[in-house]
Design a protein around this ligand. Sequence first.
Ligand SMILES: Cc1cc2nc3c(=O)[nH]c(=O)nc-3n(C[C@H](O)[C@H](O)[C@H](O)COP(=O)(O)O)c2cc1C
Length: 281
Amino acid sequence: MEKQAKIGNLKLKNRYFLAPMAGVNDIAFRELCRKSGAGLVYTGMINPLSKEEIHLEDRPVLQIFCSSEKGLKEFVEKYNDRVSLFDFNLGCPAKVARECGFGVFMHNKIEAVEKILKIIRENSKVPFSIKIRKSRNAMKLAKLAEKYCDAIAIHPRTGEQGYSGEADIKFAEKIKRNIKIPVIYSGDVDERNADELLKKFDFVMIGRKALGNPNIFANLTGNKTNFTFRDYIETAKKYKLKFSQIKMQAMYFTKNVYGAGEMREKLMRAKTIEEIGKIMS
Ligand SMILES: Cc1cc2nc3c(=O)[nH]c(=O)nc-3n(C[C@H](O)[C@H](O)[C@H](O)COP(=O)(O)O)c2cc1C
């Protein structure tokens, strides 16, 4: 029998996760991924000082995005009882991260990272992880993670590479060989390679291949669920998600559909959820 998958004391039903995706992983999308079979689902990155409303009814992984301790202790205390795990983002290469010195731009600020990890560790009642990219200091960060965290996720592309070019699996394997905490692999994971990667890493997370496609987790786990955009709309209504969010998800769900171009044009003009429902049916 396969060993119980765990991060810290958190028991997991399997080793396929939904990767953090800002703007994409709203609660309705997460719920479909979870019901489809995902072992763990992440929010997008969230700054502790932001005032945005966070839905946590599904106890996701809450991903923290910051570069200082300001407001961090309060943030962790506030959400401790409503999340499965805290994750700290050390991978985002976007403009907002560069401007604020967040994400991958913290890789050369090891002391500042350590201060943050300490605060999260000291105040968190749930397991805690970090998510990094490939960089010169990645191994140093992995060693810090070993000291303060229960797991580490790695997307082995550099900040400069962004989301293209080859993901350096060998680099991620080197991290795995050198630390004792579980390693979550991220980067181009799909139905074809997930199980092969799970021979090398403890967990895999799926990002872009899950866009508009929560059923990827059913395909991986053998679940019989098969969600449509109707199911997304119903779930989004339950949580009173914004119209703009529903429209954006509709765009993603057209990804592999015949006639997507025409559908997207219609979606751009849509003014009500009912209209979106009709276009997507
Ligand atoms: C639209 C989008 C939003 C993302 N947002 C985040 C984020 O908020 N936090 C994070 O750590 N990674 C973020 N990522 C990176 C993914 O979690 C993942 O590491 C990366 O896309 C590589 O995996 P993939 O090839 O499966 O997409 C984002 C990726 C995409 C495509």
